[in-house]
Each structure stands twice: as C-alpha cells, then as structure tokens.
Design a protein. Sequence first.
Length: 231
Amino acid sequence: MVHDVLVVEDEEDIAVPLMRTLEREGYDVSRVSGGAEAVEFVIEEAPAVVILDLGLPDMDGIDACRQMRAGGYTGGIIMVTARAGELDRVVGLDVGADDYLAKPFGLAELLARVRALLRRSAVVVPNDTTVTTASGLKIDAASRRVHLGERELALTAKEFDVLAVLASHHDKVVPRETLMNQVWDQNWYGSTKTLDVTIGRLRSKLEAAEAGERVVAIRGVGFRLETGSPA
C-alpha cells in the first residue's frame, strides 16, 4: 500500500531534499507552502501523514494543526520546528500533533517517525473487535469510529487507539508501557508526555460528550477506563 504524505514547508532547501527522500522510500508526496493551503488540502485529501513546519508565512503551524483537527482530520501530524522549548512542544501536542521534531534533524530519524505513525493502527486491537461499554459507548475497531447512541465522537487516530486499548481492558489498569508500545510502538523516539497529552484530550472529549466513561490515572502504573461520572 502506498501512503500519501503532505509536506508543509515554505523553505525550498528543506522541502526539496525531504520530498526526494520520502519519494525514494515509496511515499506519494505532495507539498504546500502555507498554513491555509495546508488546512484545505488536509481536509479535502486526508493524507496519511502531515509533516508540518511551524514557521509558515501566513499562519503559525500550531494554528494550522488546530484547524486540521477541528476540520475532522485524524491522520498523523509531525510538527517540525526550530523552536526547541518544552512549552512549544507541549502546546503542539495539546492541539493534536502526534510527534514533534526540532531542526536540524536527520532524515533517517524523520523517516523512522513517519513509519512509526503509519504502524499505529495495526497493533491496537483485532480489526473485527467492537467494544460497547455499560454506558453505551461503542468503539468499532473495523471502522475506527466511536459512537454514543446515534452520535459519533470525533477522535484523532491516537485518541482512538488509546481508547480502544483501554476499552478492551475495561475496569482494568493498563500500564503506561503497554499503551506506549501498542499505540506508539516499541521504537518510539519521543517523550512519554505525548501519552499524557493524548489522555488529556481524550478525557476532555468524553466529558464534553457526557459519555459516562472516565479515564482514571493510577499513579506510577497507568490508566483505567471505567463507567461513571467524571470527578
């Protein structure tokens, strides 16, 4: 299967070698130079992975990422930036990015992260598994969709994967290491704070939907999905 990748980068000396490297690896690569164009492309074409530079000429990449997720995009987003501060990294993850890579970066490392994002859906639960909780939340792995009654919850790919793992072990604690290995894979390069940010977004969406499920943190161990009103 050929995966399509969108490169959002306005600097030619960075974009051209990156695109050539991705194409040599067999990816179908497209490129745009601005944030607004990237948001439109992503919502219409839904590429498998977006490599998103934060320093764009027309808008901040964080705003572009936020708009992509608000528009319903659930694919992988890797932010690329010269900003190395932890605050920027956390903000980027909080608005829906899956990974964060600081410039200058090695092309081999970026390719490894792209591969890790593309592997995520193959390791969570069997494709024919559907879990329905006592509160009526239905997690369908085959369609990668979550419903509460007739209403569908809009989750990113990583939020869905984390929920699917937790739901398949409902009322049991899933260790952090298990979630990292199954959702981000054993060769994950990034920080485990990515898991905490994803859990935080998932909690907020479950609470906003009044789903009757809550994700409970078990300090020093992991997380548990249980039926009950949020604390």
